[in-house]
Each structure stands twice: as C-alpha cells, then as structure tokens.
Design a protein around this ligand. Structure first.
Ligand SMILES: [Zn+2]
Ligand SMILES: [Zn+2]
Length: 323
C-alpha cells in the first residue's frame, strides 16, 4: 500500500512537472489594450507645455502615471483640459530623480487622495534613486530630497526596484539599465559619493517601462539618461529580441552630435523601430534625424505635444501642430 502511494505521488509529481514545462514563462502574457497619453512635455497646443515629462498609461483596464512633470500642478491642469480623470490612478512610476519629472507628485497625491485615498499611493523607482547628487558646493540636488519624506507622511510608499519587475501582466519596470554603449546624455555637474570618492552622477536609477505586445515591445522613457540604445538592448534581454513596436517619451538627444544621431538612428533601425513619439528632451532636430535614419514617416515618427498619444493597434495620434 505504502509503495503504491509513493509511486502515485511520484507520477503525480512527474505530471505536474510536465505541465509546468508546458506552461509559458511568467512574462509570456502580452498586453491586449494599451494607450499612452502625454500629459506634460515641452510642446503644447491648447494646454500648457514646459520643460518636463509625464504620461498616462492605460493598459488592460489598469492605469499608471509615468513621471509627474516639473510644475507642481501642470499634470492636473492638463489632465483637466484633456478630460482625463486621474483619481483612479494608484501606481506612479518615476523614471529618475530629476526635478522636471518629480515636481507634480505631491500636488497629485494631496489633491486626488481627497477623492480616493489610494490615488497615487504607490511610487515605483529604480535602485539608488535617493542617493545624494552633490554640486560643486557639496549641496544635495536630488529632486526627491524633500519630496521623499513629504510623500511618506501622506501614507504613500516607495517601491524600489533593483531588477526588472512585472508590475502588471506584460508591463515591466526595467529598473537600472546596464550601459555597455557610451551614450552619455545627461547634463554634467553633479556627483555621486561612492565609498568616499566622488564620481560623476550618471543617473544610475534611470528606468523605462516596457510593454510586451503581440506586435513587439513598446518602450516608455522619461529622459532616457541610460541611453536609448542601452535601453532598447536591455528591453531585448528582458522581453526577447522582438521589433521595437513603439518608442515613446524623452531620449535626451537635443544636444547630440550628427555622428551620435546617425549611430542612434542606425541602431534603432537595426532593432526594428516601428513608431516614435518623441517628446521632452529628445529635441526637434534629433527627432527628424531619427525619422530619416530609421525610414519612418511623418505618421510614424512624431514630435510629441501635450495630449498626443500612442495606441496599440492604431498608432500615433499627433494632434494638430505636430502632424
Ligand atoms: Zn533628467
Ligand atoms: Zn527631463
């Protein structure tokens, strides 16, 4: 009898192991519905633009706010003009610590928690985001220096990720991005203190959001200080070497040299870029150069304005000015 039981347990375990092998890996469920709407960027028509970035992600019935602009109230103002309700957004992602991406967080939390206590209650950030960024006078210029405690006092939580994490089925917070390519696209002047030595602040926490879709990978980035090609190559490691179906956000190439733009465009083409909604610090000339280098068109490579959007299955809605 015991022998029989042992054997049946063994075969049951074997069957379970086989079933497990047949099941797809945890990240194989692609997103079905995805819309990314830009709420803050430098260009605007009927709302207000500023040097900063924020975008609302709507994915399979779930909302995530990616970055919060520079001014304390511009995300809220622009959302109102665009008739977008943010009171049911509970998850925020901050791409990095800079002032032009974190400035709206406290106003959003205070204003919206009156309607929904859970609104803006979780903030996802990349590892090392809170490390001091020291200027020449030794002052900490980390954009979250004061915001951190103010936000915690509201009952909100920061969730710090040091590796790729699936926040929602098919939605990945990449965490800090390895940097095999020297793309160096951040403003100099700040330092990190590592083991009592000052090293240049290369914004180590900079993290994109990645979306796994049936048509390829969609990437959303704030300033892309990790380097857009480093980001794309990391996305290919995490989600597989699929085409980059869309790239949305700021990629900080406004001051890039002709050679850097050529190299970046050739790489994006090699990795199968199919749509570019480039805003904020990407730069106008850089966007047009990348359009040419990747063979995209005025419909598929667009300068992002406030209210412009990318929808899976439909593509880019540029609104009026940037069409
Ligand atoms: Zn930045
Ligand atoms: Zn920025």
């Amino acid at each position: 009898m015991m022998r029989f039981l042992k054997d049946s347990w063994r075969s049951a375990a074997l069957v379970l192991a086989m079933v497990a092998l047949l099941l797809p890996p945890a990240h194989a469920k692609p997103v079905q519905a995805l819309k990314i709407t830009v709420l803050v960027t430098n260009l605007s028509e009927d709302a207000q633009g500023e040097w900063g970035y924020s975008a609302l992600v709507e994915v399979d019935g779930h909302k995530i706010l990616y970055d919060t602009g520079a001014s304390s109230d511009l995300v809220l103002k622009n959302a109102k003009i665009l008739h977008i309700d943010l009171s049911d957004v509970e998850d925020v992602v901050l791409s990095h610590n800079h002032w032009d991406h974190v400035g709206g967080l406290m106003t959003l939390r205070h204003d919206l928690m009156a309607q929904n206590p859970k609104a803006m209650s979780r903030v996802h950030v990349g590892a090392r985001v809170f490390e001091p960024r020291l200027n020449a006078a030794g002052e900490d210029r980390n954009g979250l220096k004061d915001i951190r405690d103010q936000y915690l006092a509201t009952g909100g939580v920061f969730i710090v990720h040091d590796k790729p994490t699936e926040l929602w089925p098919g939605v990945w917070f990449a965490g800090p991005v390895p940097r095999p390519n020297v793309e160096k696209n951040w403003s100099p002047g700040l330092s990190l203190k590592v083991a009592d030595t000052l090293i240049e602040d290369n914004v180590p926490e900079d993290s994109p959001l990645l979306f796994e879709t049936d048509q390829g990978t969609v990437i959303l980035t704030g300033c892309g200080h990790a380097g857009v090609i480093n980001i794309v190559e990391y996305a290919r490691q995490i989600l597989g070497p699929k085409p980059i179906h869309a790239l949305v956000g700021g990629i900080h190439l406004f001051a890039a040299s002709d050679q850097q733009l050529e190299w970046t465009g050739a790489k994006l083409k090699e990795y199968g870029l199919e749509a570019l909604l480039a805003g904020h610090c990407t730069g106008l000339e850089a966007t047009f150069r990348l359009r040419a280098a990747t063979g995209l068109t005025r419909k598929t490579a667009v300068v992002s304005a406030v209210g412009s959007s990318y929808t899976l299955g439909k593509g880019i809605d540029p609104r009026k000015l940037a069409q």
